[in-house]
Design a protein. Structure first.
Length: 154
């Protein structure tokens, strides 16, 4: 990872606030839409698994290692800029998203779902155990919301 944090810009009210998010470039392992949560493409071989990303989907074991939110669209083989931590505008989220919700991988490719509590027949409470990727900074508007991405790289 070549990300550096050299400048801190603290002028409020501008669209160029720096040092509030971190971005990395990956290669698209398939078609990626702007705002989708992306995961490492585990169908790749060896170290290429850490180079390629695809839309994340909790239903496929090859797409569950989330890395962040795609900042731009990309076709297979193209470079794609991904927000791996911090402020991110226009993430694809479930239409049930409210401000403050914790968001994790979902069963719709590229979409973040609200983490919910489940209670089994015996009355035991459980959560879906996929990692939380982001927190909603606002309620969704037509399935999009600004989020704060939690780094999956620590």
């Amino acid at each position: 990872m070549a990300t550096q944090n050299l400048i801190q810009y603290l002028e409020a009210g501008t669209s160029a606030v720096m040092n509030r998010s971190k971005h990395e470039y990956f290669l698209a392992g398939g078609t990626i839409t702007k705002g989708q949560v992306v995961a490492l493409d585990l169908t790749q071989s060896d170290a290429d698994r850490a180079l390629y990303v695809v839309p994340a989907d909790s239903d496929a074991t090859t797409t569950v290692v989330a890395v962040g939110i795609a900042i731009e669209a990309a076709a297979a083989g193209e470079k794609v800029k991904v927000c791996i931590a911090g402020y991110c505008e226009g993430a694809v989220v479930s239409t049930a998203t409210a401000q403050g919700d914790m968001l994790q991988l979902g069963s719709t490719a590229g979409q973040l779902e609200v983490r919910t509590l489940s209670v089994d027949e015996a009355g035991s409470a459980t959560f879906n155990l996929f990692p939380i990727v982001a927190q909603a900074l606002e309620a969704d508007t037509a399935g999009l919301a600004d989020v704060f991405v939690f780094s999956q790289f620590s």
